[in-house]
Design a protein around this ligand. Structure first.
Ligand code: MG
Length: 299
């Protein structure tokens, strides 16, 4: 009898812990990378950092194995970390300059679109095996002329992407930065899919020179489902050259106002720290730890 009672109480506590973790308001997280591809902290470092959620940069195709799925799920369970999304990306993307981003990033470039869409589907299937509820990525530069065939083609591929991930029980989060707030809102309306959302990265608006991030957030705020806590300083010639990425809270984003504006939309989703500095892994990790403390104070 005692054993049955103990099992019952354990089950209740387990259910309470799971739902408490899922219901945590504004959980602090980081981007983690399982292999050496893409931005983010190495997976093991991310697990050690003390965060409660992560976005996982997708491993390259050869590493999307059952064995690695198990490794990732085991580590998440062990460290009580929740996976909120898988971040997609494609071979051949270059973030070297703003023009190369336009030419090479995402599903927008026509030359690589078809092949990349096949890879995108594989990423969504991989994310499903991990139980991730959403896929996030840089769609690429959306053509400005909304009446053009090029624009309509990008709208259509985004619909196709939304429909595919929907079948896997996922939403699609567009990372901001390459469009103004108004252009992004128009694009979301034109795609017209309920599972299309926004991962708002305020630093990208500054880095790409696409307008004041707070103003943009006010325009697309109701579509935001996750955010990158990243900061930057404006370039001398915004839109022509990169701004400079800096520690969150020390740049031109105005971090307190950013979070206040986000919360004015009733946002209680993840606050994902993104620190791209990979020249010095130690500094990157220390900056993430500093930002965790900073966000705890702001919360
Ligand atoms: Mg970002």
């Amino acid at each position: 009898m005692n054993r049955i009672f103990f099992c019952f109480v354990s089950l209740l506590l387990f259910a309470y812990n799971v739902s408490a973790a899922e219901n945590e308001k504004l959980p602090i997280g980081v981007i983690a990378r399982f292999d050496d591809h893409g931005a983010g902290l190495p997976f093991d470092k991310a697990m050690e950092s003390g965060v409660s959620v992560i976005q996982l940069k997708v491993p390259v195709a050869a590493n999307r194995t059952e064995e690695n799925v198990k490794k990732i799920l085991d580590a998440l369970k062990k460290h009580k970390v929740r996976l909120v999304c898988v971040v997609s990306g494609f071979a051949g993307e270059s973030y070297k300059t703003i023009p190369t981003v336009k030419e090479t990033v995402g599903l927008a470039p026509e030359k690589t679109r078809k092949a990349r869409f096949e890879e995108f589907k594989d990423v969504s299937d991989f994310a499903k095996r991990l139980g991730a509820p959403s896929i996030q990525f840089h769609l690429g530069a959306v053509p400005h002329d909304t009446a053009s065939k090029e624009y309509k083609d990008v709208v259509q591929i985004t619909r196709d992407a939304c429909d595919y991930v929907f079948e896997n029980g996922q939403s699609l989060n567009l990372e901001t930065g390459q469009e103004t707030g108004a252009a992004l809102l128009q694009f979301i309306r034109d795609v017209n899919r309920l599972n299309l959302h926004v991962n708002f990265d305020p630093a990208n608006m500054i880095l790409y020179g696409c307008g004041d991030p707070i103003e943009a957030l006010r325009i697309v705020g109701r579509f935001v489902r996750s955010t990158h806590c990243k900061d930057a300083r404006w370039a001398k010639q915004p839109g022509k050259e990169w701004g400079e990425e800096v520690l969150f809270g020390t740049g031109d984003v105005n971090a307190p106002l950013f979070l206040e504006t986000l919360c004015s939309f009733g946002y209680d989703g993840p606050l994902i720290i993104e620190r791209e500095n990979r020249e010095s892994p130690e500094q990157q990790y220390n900056d993430v730890l500093k930002t965790i403390e900073y966000l705890k104070q702001l919360k």
